[in-house]
Every structure is written in structure tokens, then in C-alpha cells.
Ligand binder design. Sequence first.
Ligand code: GAP
Length: 444
Amino acid sequence: MTAAPAVRPAVRMDEIVSLCARRGFIFQSGEIYGGINGFWDYGPLGVELKNNLKAFWWQRMVRDREDIEGIDSAIITHPRTWEASGHVANFSDPMVDCRACKKRFRADQLDGIAGCDAREGTSQHDFTEPRAFNLMLSTQIGASSDASAVAYLRAETCGSIFTDFRRVREAGRQKIPFGIAQIGKAFRNEINPRNFTFRSREFEQAEMEFFCHPGESAKWFEHWRDLRIQFHRDLGMGADQLRIIPHTTLAHYAKAAVDIEFLFPFGWQEIEGIHDRGSFDLTQHAEFSGKDLSVTIEETKERFVPAVVETSVGVDRTALALLCNGYAEEKLPDGETRTVLRLAPVVAPIKAAVLPLSKKLSEKTQRIAADLRKRWNVFHDDAGNIGRRYRRQDEVGTPYCVTYDFDSDTDAKVTVRERDAMTQDRVSLDSLRGYLEERLEGWR
Ligand code: GAP
């Protein structure tokens, strides 16, 4: 056994941003034009990471359960949806403008902002009074440009879960309690997008609305709070990196709310919210649509508007948390330093890399890689020395490297190196698939 490597305790955000750009996880959208603030593109490794994260959420939240149905709704939801939910009237942040430099800031986030560069003799901004700035992004539908054509890009994915409630319940033959889940894009015209992808203007949410009897919502709230914190732990986030913070002030209709926070390099910040929303949502949509959204319990004939317990997690924020959680620079016993991304295998973009010791062996390793690719995202690399190839895989979080050497021809075995402990096993080619399956899919 090698000595445990020294793990650098504090991760810097600029290291994460630089790794993400260099290795094609995440970079600015429209980079060649100077980028566009609050919008990000996921490259070849980033899209794998994000897809894996979404698939894990979908498995846990939809497929593992009989009481949750999935949907995929339109991004532009009927405009009345946002009137009913209160977004048109109230979904705003307080904003101030500097009269001198013309920059715009969130009035509640003025600590630490850069000074004004347009005033003589002072760097103090000349702020206007705070004004409410609605965060919904709007668009026009069709050729006409009057007010009736205005529609909104959804500010959260749950809007259509409520408007689809009756249809999905009937189609899925579900009885209360049951939930509806969806993953998708949401848009907010954030005044100050910041901290890389943490606060973006276009992002993805994975939301689940659990419809239950109002008298049982407290019980379901606890159920979902506990399952959701476990989800993040199962993704490898340490107990000391996660915390649950109850809201001190609640919306008038809400019964309880907590945030799950992760310790980012820029401090504790929310990655998920769990809310007991009472019967507010369905009551509002029933009123605005004129449709009856109440349910009747068959046995007792009791009729009521279901209460909702919501779990709402940011996909991009969780992906960023996973990158921060996994990132380490380690000093190795031989004096070298390696960057390693300790991602849980379930989300790792590449599950295994197949590496021939020499280019002469590439034909055989290409065949091994092709076979493994039927099942996983597998990378083949025959360029450069083997140590450097291991480092390139460590840096992007590949859990296993499979090396084919000159003995492999005679003993039909390969060396499998594990990313974190860097231990190596000699594994027969016949059992390679099973070996990887056990380790990559043990969570299933
Ligand atoms: N339906 C409830 C809802 O949308 P929220 O707290 O506004 O609640 C839920 O958002 C989650 O969506 C947050 O915990 C966060 O992970 C993610 N999120 C919200 N705004 C975001 C933004 N501007 N950029 C990235 N993720 C965001």
C-alpha cells in the first residue's frame, strides 16, 4: 500500500473554472464573441456528467417508485400559469442602478461589489432608489406584437406539473398521495449572474411535486427531506459539506421549508429546496382556469384540494457541487502532483479508459474498448507515456483505467487501476465486464 496522499483542503473556484474549460466540461456560451453573461455551454465531458446526474435523479425519483409519474412539458407555458402562481406580480428582486456608471445591482447583494469607475474623486456609486425587477424572461408568440402575444419562458419547471395534474393523475391511474416529476430548463433574468454556473440565467431544474392529503403533508415533508439529503450523500458529498437550513420566513401559504446547502469554495449555498406548499398551487390554478382540481377519496368520499410537498434541485448547481466536492490536488510519494476528480462512478463522464502500453497493441485495445462501449462511455487513449495518460483520466474523474501490456497477449489479463487509491488488479479479459459492472453499478 502507498501512503495516503495529502489532500489539499481548500479548493479554489478559479481552479475548477480552469479545469472545466481546459477539459471541456463547461465554458462560456458564445465564447468566440466574448461570451454572454449568465449562459453556459456544457462540452463533451460536461454533458455526460449532467446526463448521468439527471439519469440518477430520474431513477431514484421516478423509476424506483410506483407513486411518481414523469413528464416533459413545454418551456413556454400558458401565460395564465404565471399569473396564477404569482410570478407576473411578485417574482422580482430589488434592483438599484448607478446613475454614474450605469451598472445595475441587486439591492440586497451590495457587499463586495466593485467601486464606481465613472465618478471623479470617489469610487462610491450614485445609486437610485431600489425598484422591483421582474426576473421572468418574456417572448412574443406568432407574428403579432401586441400584449396578448407576450409569453414567458418558464421560471421554474413545476408550473406545468400543476397545470397537468389532472391529466397525469387520470392517465397514470394514480390516487393521492402521488407525485409528478420533471427535469428541464428554467430561465431567470438574474440581475447579477455569478459564481460560474451557480447563478445563471438559463439553468436546469429537477423538480417533483408530491400531492397528498393536507393533513399528511408534514409527514411527507419529513419523508422527502430525508430522502433528498440521502441522494446528495449517495453522490459522494460528505456530511460536513452538506447542511439543512430551515427557512426563517415562509411564504404566507407555506407550512415548512428547508434548503439543502453545499459548502462551495465561495461559502454555504443552496442546491435544493424542499417545501410544504399547502394547497396553494392547485387552489390558484383551479381559480384561474375555472377547472376543478380537487380529488375525492373513494372510501370516505372526502373531497379536498391536495396539498403539495415540493423537492426542487438545481441540476447545474449540483453538477458544480460535485466538481467542487471531487476536486483535489495530491502530492504523490514520488514527489509528483496529480489533479484528481473524485466523482462517484454513477456520474463520472467516462467510466473506463482503455490504454495499450504501446501503440503496437492498439488494435487489440480498440476491440476491448468497442465491446465495453456497448454498455458505458469508454475512452481509448494510446498517445503519450502511461503515467501521463493516467493523469489525464484522473483529472476528469475516470474511475478505472484498463491497461493492456505485452503479457496480456499470453495470460489474457489486463491491469485495472482504480482512480482514488491508485491500486491495481490483474483481471482476466473474460471477467473484465463483470469486474467493472460490480464496481460501477453497485448502487443499482
Ligand atoms: N419551484 C421552486 C423553485 O424554483 P428555487 O429555490 O427558486 O425554487 C430551486 O429554485 C433550485 O433551482 C435552487 O435550489 C437552485 O439549485 C436552482 N436555481 C434557482 N435559480 C437558479 C439560477 N439562477 N441558476 C442556477 N440554478 C438555480
